[in-house]
Design a protein around this ligand. Structure first.
Ligand code: ATP
Ligand SMILES: Nc1nc2c(ncn2[C@@H]2O[C@H](COP(=O)(O)O)[C@@H](O)[C@H]2O)c(=O)[nH]1
Length: 400
């Protein structure tokens, strides 16, 4: 809930720089510098489409659209947030699917333009609040990463979630699609990698493995810290990405013990066991020497290693699960207009002149501390409770 304010909404409305942009049917046009971004569709079954009109070049451009597109709703409103992105508010959508960003010139978009040698825009879903630091756990096959992660999830079910990776390897007995992995074909996964859906990917022990951006985001959306169980190559890629994470490498007490564990697990054919043991030597060298990892843990006695892992994650002693502040969400009516006032977005709902007063209210979004962005979520939005103006506009205050 936003606190009472230091300034008046009417003073601010008089000074709006970007103007109020009302949605026109199911099409909006937002001009940033020489370019007008026309976003259309979003009603019935149509996904939102983007076209660019470049005034300087006098041409229409159909860009490559990256990121997950918003699902159809009942239309949308759009307003320029800054030089790099447009804020989209979906009408008649669920409260957790209402705020979206179209990045038109962010760092990610510029990188992708260079890489793909084409015009690019990228969608990112807006989320209230921030995500906690994620956890990357790496180490050779059979060292006990999965065992340690299961222990954490069992002891702290509301605190930790697991990123479900994609892999081209065949499922083992007892492994479920969508639970242990998303089992997929090589050509499908390669196309999804090209489409920018993966945070990282690597060829590991002869198969393709990868963490999709969505796999991490769904865990963060649920208010949990996401644990990624990935190999050293993947950890290196995540280190170079924007994901805020703690990196932990798990080492076996000896190669003999590692071999014993791999064989005792009984999940891999002899050829795979030998391949995993060969790869383990390089992985351990890289893990111990590289600057990827913040911590190295030796998994000799399982209980000792688990205790140390908990200490690293700040779970020593009595842990009280952090109570997440309740998310307000927005239930946006079809009839609304949007204004930007400094770093606040004011959504005016209803028709104050003619309408039923009880329907008239404003929702305020604070967008001063946005984090993340395409190809993942844009977090850090604060939604202030509905401000009713049935008693007149004068004196209405915006939250600080
Ligand atoms: N400290 C330990 N002492 C003895 N056995 C262990 C220990 N930690 C794990 N194990 C056993 O070793 C085997 C391999 O563990 P686990 O499957 O967790 O490894 P992993 O690192 O996740 O492997 P992969 O990378 O192939 O998924 C399992 O049978 C597990 O029960
Ligand atoms: N780079 C990535 N590595 C991954 C991912 N998911 C799992 N892994 C690593 O692969 C090996 C083998 O796993 P297994 O299930 O076949 O035994 C293991 O060491 C994992 O850490 C991923 O998404 N990216």
């Amino acid at each position: 809930m936003g606190k009472a304010s230091a300034f008046l909404i009417d003073d601010l409305l008089n000074g709006v720089q970007n103007g109020v942009l009302k949605s026109k049917g199911c099409e909006t046009a937002t001009t940033i510098r020489d370019r007008t971004y026309v976003i259309s569709g979003g009603d019935d079954a149509l996904a939102l489409e983007v076209q660019i009109f470049d005034k300087a070049a006098n041409k229409r451009i159909i860009p490559t659209v990256l990121g997950t597109k918003p699902m159809p709703g009942k239309g949308h409103s759009a307003i320029q947030l800054d030089e790099n992105k447009i804020l989209i508010l979906k009408k008649g959508s669920t409260s957790d699917d209402c705020i979206w960003f179209l990045e038109v010139d962010s760092t990610y978009v510029r990188e992708q333009k260079k890489k793909l040698d084409t015009e690019v825009v990228a969608w990112s879903k807006g989320m209230e609040g921030n995500a906690d630091m994620q956890i990357v756990i790496s180490g050779p096959s059979g060292v006990g990463k999965g065992t340690l992660i299961s222990m954490l999830k069992d002891e702290f079910p509301s605190m930790f979630g697991f990123s479900v990776s994609h892999t081209t390897r065949a499922p083992r007995i007892g492994e479920e699609d969508g639970v242990h992995y998303h089992f997929t074909d090589k050509n499908v996964m390669e196309q999804e990698i090209k489409d920018g859906k993966f945070l990282e990917f690597a060829s590991v022990h002869g198969n393709l493995y990868g963490t999709s951006i969505e796999a991490v985001e769904v865990v963060a959306d649920a208010g949990k810290r996401c644990i990624l169980d990935i190999d050293v190559q993947g950890a290196r890629s995540v280190r170079a990405s924007a994901l805020d994470a703690i990196f932990i490498f798990i080492c076996p007490p000896s190669m003999e013990e590692l071999e014993k564990r791999l064989r005792a697990r009984g999940t891999d054919a002899e050829e795979q066991v030998l391949k995993r043991l060969r790869n383990a030597k390089t992985e351990i060298q890289q893990g111990e020497k590289s600057d990827i990892f913040d911590h190295i843990l030796y998994n000799d006695k399982l209980e000792d290693c688990y205790k140390k892992l908990k200490e690293l994650l700040g779970l020593k002693g009595n842990v009280t699960t952090k109570q997440k502040s309740a998310s307000h969400g927005i239930d946006l009516p079809v009839d609304h207009s949007v204004s930007k006032i400094n770093d606040k977005i004011v959504i005016t709902c209803g028709t104050p002149e003619h309408g039923n007063e009880s329907k008239n209210f404003r929702i305020v979004l604070n967008v001063s501390a946005l984090k993340g962005g395409a190809p993942g979520r844009t977090r850090g939005i604060e939604v202030y409770d509905v401000i009713s103006f049935s008693d007149g506009l004068n004196g209405m205050k915006l939250p600080n």
